[in-house]
Design a protein around this ligand. Structure first.
Ligand code: CP
Length: 305
């Protein structure tokens, strides 16, 4: 197994499948055998180093490490010596001096996890870096697709919305290509990155024409906090053309599922009734995040035990 997980492209088909299969086994043990805690990482220390806000990823990694009996330190930049000017490098060395075996990092700067991996001896897991990547989100999304649809290979996955700012989209595109799915990106031209033609995807500007051909529709949040300029005329106009509402859902086949990594802007990219419908996997994605992150930590740190 890889030492660090910095990008979804670090994972071969074999690595990714091993993580998903291991997550399946751990989830099965938790549900069927009612095992709530595994001793695998006893004596190991996992540090969650969060320079950017998070609800799902931070709590999920914390729960995953605790369920494997690791010691967990959760560190938020807010309220730490980062506010006094301490650098990422010095923060990393401080945490390593405390015996971190793995550091899970979320940072506003794309590439921060790569830098960290060059400075410390332990494993580094990218929990979201700027607009670059969020590989464990892609893993839990793939797990959820496989759970609901029975396979990933040849699935037609449509990712809709703010692609240019989305680390979730980047990681999903890379992982889904490795696992043999077909991805279509749908967005206004202003929300597609330069160089999109080199990505292993199709691109469309017309959501209504793509929905009937989709097995999976993944809606993305409009990341206003990363937008310095106006990328579309108005929220209402964006929602009308690229939002998933009740009428648009009727264009989907009976079996198609709707995903969203969260946090959602209900009423903007997704209508509340769609987010809460039977097609929606949003709650499952959160649940599956714990098993997938347990599997990753187990394989990286404890599979020899
Ligand atoms: N999906 C996701 O990364 O959510 P958080 O920002 O709440 O961690």
């Amino acid at each position: 197994m890889i030492r660090h997980l910095l990008s979804a492209s670090d994972l071969t088909h074999e690595d990714a499948t091993l993580i998903l299969d291991t997550a399946d086994r751990l989830a099965g043990q938790s549900e069927v055998a009612a095992v709530k805690k595994f001793p695998t990482l006893r004596g190991r220390t996992v540090v969650n180093l969060f320079y950017e806000d998070s609800t799902r990823t931070r709590t999920s990694f914390e729960l995953a490490a605790k369920r494997l009996s690791a010691d967990v330190i959760t560190f938020s930049a807010k309220g730490s010596s980062v506010s006094k000017g301490e650098s990422l490098k010095d923060t990393a060395w401080t945490l390593e001096a405390m015996g971190a075996d793995a550091v899970v990092i979320r940072h506003h700067a794309s590439g921060a996890p790569h830098r960290l991996a060059g400075w410390i001896k332990g494993s580094v897991v990218n929990a979201g870096d700027g607009t670059h990547e969020h590989p464990t989100q892609a893993l839990l999304d793939a797990y959820t697709m496989r759970q609901r649809m029975g396979r990933i290979e040849d699935l037609r996955v449509t990712i809709v919305g703010d692609i240019i700012h989305s680390r979730v989209a980047r990681s999903n595109v890379l992982l889904l290509a490795t696992l043999g799915a077909h991805v279509t990106l749908v967005a206004p031209p202003t929300l597609l990155p330069v160089g999109i033609e080199t990505w292993p995807v199709e691109v469309s500007y017309d959501l209504d024409s793509v929905l009937p051909k989709s097995d999976v529709v993944m809606m993305l949040r409009v990341q206003r906090e990363r937008m310095g300029a106006a990328y579309f005329p108005s929220t209402r106009e964006y929602s009308r053309r690229y939002g998933l509402d009740r009428d648009r859902v009727r264009l989907l086949t009976d079996d198609a599922i709707v995903m969203h990594p969260g946090p959602m802007n209900r009423g903007v990219e997704i209508a509340a009734e769609v987010a809460d419908s039977k097609r929606s996997t949003i709650v499952d994605q959160v649940t599956n995040g714990v098993s997938v992150r347990m599997a990753l930590l187990y394989l990286m740190l404890g599979s020899d035990q």
